[in-house]
Structure formats: structure tokens, C-alpha cells
Ligand binder design. Structure first.
Ligand code: TA6
Length: 259
């Protein structure tokens, strides 16, 4: 069903067991995922733009075709600041989905390549899956990077642990911005006695980010203390990959909260 998130039109998925997800057309941005206990799993800043003028600070920004400042284009790409189209939605029982598309004709500024970008969000009784498809619909090679820049809510930064990126559970005590190349596909986030399982495929890397106190103070769209309430664990394809004409790539992320 269509709803509104701030000033932005959004799609809401909901299941009889209480699980729900909200995705704005701006950025095809998952801004909320509540599990079957009604527990919100994603962080979103109280100061986030909700009007489409700037990227949303929190949830799951879709990063394409550039990661961070690794290129000459927009920081983290144009996908997160473009308005996507709802292609289809449906499902039944404990399995509902919404699928969004972005093509060159949707962009404010033209890009060099023809492409089709699709984001599918599937809500199930005990999980949420995001699939990102990049299709080279042009007649020349398409080089891109991609990520699902997920902001997870934690009870308290210092007690949370990211499991699977290093030999030991990773504790974040100050600013951290680290790329784990060739990351393993199953990662976990432990916080406040609960565990979130994050399973990625297609993406080769995982990025773990928290801005720490000083960088947060300098961010206009985050409150000073908010860095204590999230960790970004991002399935990513940091080094650009190249697709031949008519070829496609898929990156997936499946989240399930372990009770
Ligand atoms: O993925 C980590 C990162 O690239 C960091 O360097 C950090 O700045 C973050 O993304 C957020 O970027 P943004 O453009 O949303 O401020």
C-alpha cells in the first residue's frame, strides 16, 4: 500500500504477524523494517532530510554507480538521490514484495551508460530480503560499483559486536571506516541480547562504518549523540565491475533477526 514518509511517497509492506517494511520511491530507500515482534531494526536520524532534497540519513541507501568518492561522479552515486518507479508489488500470506526500477530517463542529469537498475524488497514472516539487479541495456561496457549502505539500530554502540568480518567479534570504540575485501557471506550483529543475521551474495566486500563523536558533530543531518545508536554493515562491490552489453549482475542481502 502507498503511504508517506515525511514528504516522500513510500510503499508499505505488512504481514499479519506484525512485521513491516517501508520503502520510499526517493532512492528506493528502505527506511524501516520491523520484525515480527514489532522491533525496529534500522536506524534513521531524527535530522534526516525527508523531502527528497538530500539523501536520507539512515535505513538502507542504495549505492550505485559509484562507491563513496571513488570516481568523478556524485558521492555514493545517483541512485540514492533519484526518484525510482514502483514496477510491481504483491504476494500473499507471509511473503510480500515490492520492486522498484530506475533507468536513465528517470535521472535529473544524464549518465554515460544505458542501464536498468532494479531493487526488490521481500518481506517474509522472519526475514527481509533485498535484491539489487544491474542490467546493461546499452551497447557498450558498463562499469559500476554498488552497495546496500545499511544502518542498523544498536542499543549502545560500545556493547554491540559485528561477527564474521574479523577473527574475533568486532567491537567499535571510536570512529571506524573499514572495507573488508572478499568478506564472508554470513555476518551477524549482536546488540542488547538480540542477534541480526546478515547474509550477502553477489557483493564481494563488506564495509563497516561508524563516524564516531567528532565526525558526527560535523554532520548537519545527524544529532551529536546518534552515532551511539547505529553501525553500518554494508554489502558492497567497492572495486568497479564491468558488464558486457545485455549482461546483468545481482547482489542480495537477507536479514533475519534471531530471537
Ligand atoms: O561506507 C562508508 C562511507 O563511505 C564513509 O566513508 C562515510 O562517510 C559514509 O559512507 C557516509 O557517506 P555519506 O555520503 O552518506 O555521508
Amino acid at each position: 500500500m502507498m503511504t508517506q514518509w515525511g514528504e516522500l511517497p513510500a510503499v508499505q509492506l505488512a504481514l499479519p504477524n506484525g512485521a513491516s517494511a517501508t520503502i520510499t520511491l526517493f532512492g528506493a530507500h528502505l527506511v524501516s523494517w520491523k520484525d515480527c515482534r514489532g522491533q525496529e531494526q534500522l536506524f534513521c536520524s531524527a535530522l534526516s532530510h525527508r523531502d527528497g532534497k538530500k539523501a536520507i540519513r539512515g535505513g538502507v541507501p542504495v549505492i550505485f554507480p559509484q562507491f563513496a568518492e571513488r570516481g568523478t561522479g556524485l558521492r555514493h552515486g545517483f541512485a540514492r538521490v533519484s526518484t525510482w518507479r514502483l514496477e510491481s508489488s504483491g504476494g500473499a500470506g507471509d511473503n510480500v514484495f515490492a520492486r522498484f526500477v530506475l533507468a536513465p530517463s528517470d535521472l535529473a542529469t544524464p549518465w554515460t551508460n544505458d542501464f536498468l537498475l532494479r531493487l526488490s524488497v521481500t518481506l517474509r514472516a522472519d526475514s527481509l530480503a533485498m535484491a539489487m539487479d544491474v542490467i546493461n541495456s546499452g551497447d557498450s561496457e558498463l562499469a559500476f560499483s554498488a552497495a546496500l549502505h545499511s544502518y542498523y539500530l544498536v542499543d549502545a554502540l560500545h556493547e554491540a559486536r559485528v561477527i564474521g568480518v574479523e577473527d574475533e567479534p568486532l567491537a567499535i570504540t571510536e570512529k571506524l571506516d573499514k572495507i573488508y575485501h572478499k568478506a564472508q557471506s554470513s555476518l551477524q550483529l549482536r546488540t542488547g541480547g538480540r542477534t541480526l543475521a546478515m547474509t550477502q551474495s553477489g557483493f564481494t566486500d563488506a564495509v563497516v562504518w561508524n563516524p564516531g563523536a567528532a565526525d558526527t558533530k560535523a554532520m548537519p543531518d545527524m544529532e551529536d549523540e546518534e552515532y551511539l545508536r547505529f553501525i553500518c554493515v554494508e554489502p558492497a562491490l567497492v572495486d568497479p565491475m564491468t558488464l558486457a552489453p545485455a549482461r546483468s549482475w545481482r547482489g542480495e542481502l537477507v536479514l533475519s533477526s534471531i530471537l
